[in-house]
Design a protein around this ligand. Structure first.
Ligand code: SAH
Ligand code: SF4
Length: 348
């Protein structure tokens, strides 16, 4: 019999698991909260469960975990963790400490099928989806690392690592349900953000199924430019994407984050900034400008600082909240769009 990985189960799934074995519902809640207590890997440690239940669990189930195979620390404090998966594939998660807050950038796939031309993950192509457990275990491993270094709590999760989260919808959703459960890691909807290149039907479905913050990789304010750098735009053009954003259920005082990578001479003119301000006018939006992180395989450059400032000024004058994301972790290739692992293909 194949054992079940409990890291793939939500508390409701566990309730079904225990019900099948004739046990009361509260046992599921007990087991679930044990799984997400730090340092618990073994059913013997679950001291308030009966010996019989612990035996059943160890015969039928296991609790997977991941440990980083590689951990690189940037000069600015950003940490890139490389995890080797059971099949030898590698993924990365990036921890960004800011003041006393820690944000983790989580991966959802090995590689990505979306082919955005400015993104290194895109150049890898799609290899496979991550399982729910592989998503959840990135978070658990980083929490363990923070604890062992007494480096504080993990405050925010952003699905901005490798891959397109909404292209791995079921596993993403299941991982969110688990990560946000108050009996477990208790990440609230306000501390959890899913970023997408714009899979319109999945944005709508996400809004229907769970409360989270939304980030949109917009990167251009007209369809011609966007289609040139993001193939997904041919399927879901800007008008449809923004319509889905207008309908997305937002929590009080929350706005959608629009990400905009600044590519020299492609999308960085005053006119582009004016257009961006115009198309977002009726959406509760904040804008995150990402000066292009350059890489040898990427045919784009970062605009000079004057251009970046001018672009930003136009948006500020139109009353937008604009963040200029500094390129954190660039020296260890942990910055946005730099996550691509040369050894993503197993050697054996
Ligand atoms: N696939 C999702 C999640 C990845 S998020 C998405 O695209 O939204 C990673 C962010 O980094 C995205 O906003 C992406 O567009 C951005 N990015 C990709 N390549 C980049 C580059 N070369 N420089 C700066 N940002 C980049
Ligand atoms: Fe995929 Fe996002 Fe990179 Fe586009 S920007 S290739 S969707 S990871």
């Amino acid at each position: 019999m194949q054992k079940i990985d409990l890291k793939n189960l939500s508390c409701d799934d566990l309730a079904a698991f225990v019900a099948e074995r004739g046990l009361p519902n509260f046992k599921a809640r007990q087991i679930f909260s044990w799984i997400y207590r730090p340092g618990i890997r073994d059913f013997c440690q679950m001291t308030d469960l009966s010996k019989k239940l612990r035996e059943t669990l160890s015969q039928e189930a296991f609790i997977s975990h991941m440990e980083p195979a590689v951990k690189e620390v940037s000069s600015d404090g950003t940490i890139k963790y490389g995890f080797e998966l059971a099949d030898g594939r590698m993924i990365e998660s990036v921890l960004i400490p800011e003041g006393d807050r820690n944000t983790l950038c989580v991966s959802s796939q090995v590689g990505c099928a979306m082919g955005c031309t400015f993104c290194l993950t895109g150049t890898m192509g799609f290899i496979r989806n991550l399982s729910c457990a592989e998503i959840v275990n990135q978070v658990c491993a980083v929490i363990d690392d923070l604890r062992s270094r007494e480096a504080g709590e993990l405050n925010n999760l952003v699905f901005m690592g490798m891959g397109e989260p909404l292209a791995n919808f079921d596993n993403l959703l299941q991982s969110l349900v688990i990560l946000m459960d108050e009996l477990g890691l208790n990440f609230s909807d306000r501390r959890t953000t899913v970023s997408t290149c714009g899979l319109v039907p999945k944005i709508i479905e996400l809004g229907e199924k769970i409360k989270v913050n939304l980030a949109i990789s917009l990167h251009a304010a007209d369809n011609e430019t966007r289609s040139r750098i993001m193939p997904i735009n041919a399927r879901y053009p800007i008008e449809e994407l923004l319509e889905a954003c207008r309908k997305f259920p937002l929590q009080k005082r929350k706005r959608i984050m629009f990400e905009y990578v600044l590519l020299k001479d492609i999308n960085d003119s005053d006119e582009d900034a004016e257009n961006l301000a115009r198309i977002l006018r009726d959406i509760p939006a904040k804008i995150n400008l990402l000066p292009c992180n350059e890489a040898p395989d990427i045919p784009f450059k970062k605009p000079d600082q004057q251009r970046i400032d001018a672009f930003q000024d136009i948006l500020r004058k139109r009353d937008y909240t604009v963040l200029l994301r500094s390129s954190r972790g660039a020296d260890i290739s942990a910055a946005c769009g730099q996550l691509a692992i040369k050894s993503a293909t197993p050697t054996s």
